[in-house]
Design a binder for this molecule. Structure first.
Ligand code: ADA
Ligand code: CA
Ligand code: CA
Length: 406
């Protein structure tokens, strides 16, 4: 009995040391360890770490103490959160101490999307900005959906489910100082689902950018992670990439890899070899002014999601698929070329193409062409005019439903 009591007493002493003064900086008030709620009011510098090693962020309380709110730190878990006295940037000895200031984020729901806008108070230096999304207000488990330049103040999150509430954060990092915004929520809701309606013209917009300026492209722009937002600029390839003719071997203007996203851009009059995808990727709100050798090519396996695109005046095909892959393409307007989607001639791997809400007109040959008896293509809720044959060559599945001629 006596031994047990003594042992218990020692454990308490050890516990007090682990959560002792070295787990929070001088002047900071300890509030939580990982996963716990740290309650404070207003916007403060919050320290995160243990045993004398800390990183800092400027946060609005209350928060859940979580690594996702801070710069990375390489000390063992659990780490501890502590906060400074309200408002001021005062003391905080460490050069990476959070300054004062805050980011005010608001979000509003649209149809399958949410529009975010934010502003910085005077105490925050604009740096790299990241947009995070989650389906609850707890930042742990949130997912980064975009990396933006320091001048950004708005973003549209797309591909959301109507009726589901989403939470968003902006994380600004300048010279190692992180400032997180408040969590802002939005619930997207749909303006009339199309179901059987056959793609009424209102539901097909194609690309929506008006050009905000131009950029010369003399080597392929690689988008290897996160989101590349073209800001609705027109990207003009130089002759270093090709001339937009039917010559093979031209370079693409953009190369999207490993699930990254390219959005809000216009490819200028020299269409070269368009956009190449490696290992899956996303393309949103993109216009081809004058399709070159082709508009896009799936170069290696993965899932490619393309939405809100317009392309005109190609010689041959719009989309070229050179590897076993899935293509989901929706809300597109494609006019005046030979075919909409082409699986590389003579290949027998399986591709799956789901095309929805596309307006396809003036195809010299047709919509889908493949030589593979294992491939599948579906066209739904679309508008067709002078679009040739829906299915050319071999397919395991090639169907259309809910499509109209206009
Ligand atoms: C043509 C050509 C292929 C390939 C393809 C493409 O189909 O025959 O070899 O270059 O174009 O990817 O554009
Ligand atoms: Ca080609
Ligand atoms: Ca090509």
């Amino acid at each position: 009995m006596f031994r047990k009591m003594l042992f218990g007493g020692l454990l308490i002493v050890a516990g007090a040391t682990a959560y002792g003064a070295t787990d929070y900086p001088a002047g900071y008030t300890k509030c939580a360890k990982d996963g716990e709620t740290c309650s404070f009011t207003g916007t403060r510098s919050v320290a995160y770490g243990k045993s004398g090693s800390f990183v800092y962020a400027t946060l609005s309380g209350p928060i859940t103490c979580s690594a996702s709110l801070f710069p990375s730190i390489s000390v063992d878990s659990p780490r501890y959160c502590s906060y400074s006295s309200s408002g001021s940037s005062s003391s905080s000895s460490s050069s990476s101490g959070g300054g004062s200031g805050s980011i005010s984020l608001s979000a509003s729901g649209g149809n399958a999307q949410a529009t975010l806008s934010w502003s910085f108070s005077s105490g925050v230096t604009r740096g790299s900005q990241e947009v995070y999304q989650d389906t609850d207000s707890d930042p742990s488990g949130r997912v980064r959906i975009a990396s933006l330049s320091s001048s950004s103040s708005s973003y549209t999150a797309t591909g959301l489910t109507n009726g589901t509430t989403y939470w968003f954060w902006i994380k600004n990092t300048a010279s190692g100082v992180v400032t997180n915004s408040n969590a802002a929520s939005a619930t997207p809701s749909g303006g009339g689902s199309s179901s059987s309606s056959g793609g009424g013209s209102g539901s097909i917009t194609g690309a929506t950018c008006s050009s905000t300026g131009s950029v010369s492209v003399s080597s392929t722009i690689r988008v290897t992670s996160g989101t590349y937002d073209g800001g609705c600029k027109t990207y003009n390839p130089t002759s270093a990439l090709g001339d937009g003719s039917q010559d093979e071997g031209q370079s693409p203007a953009f190369r999207v890899e490993n699930g990254a996203t390219l959005r809000n851009a216009i490819l200028g009059n020299n269409g070269v070899d368009g956009v190449h995808f490696y290992n899956g990727g996303n393309l949103q709100n993109f216009r081809w002014t004058n399709v070159g050798e082709d508009a896009f090519t799936i170069k290696s396996s993965g899932t490619v999601n393309i939405s809100g695109v317009s392309g005109v005046n190609g010689e041959d095909k719009f989309g070229q698929i050179n590897a076993a892959s899935t293509l989901n393409i929706s809300n597109c307007i494609v006019d005046n070329m030979a075919k909409f989607i082409r699986q590389n001639g003579g290949t027998t791997f399986k591709i799956v193409v789901n095309a929805d809400r596309c307006q396809i007109s003036n195809m010299g040959e047709g919509v889908f062409r493949s030589d593979s008896s294992s491939s599948e293509a579906r066209l739904t809720n679309s508008r067709l005019r002078n679009s040739g044959n829906l299915c050319i060559g071999n397919w395991a599945v090639c169907t259309g439903s809910g499509n109209t001629n206009y």
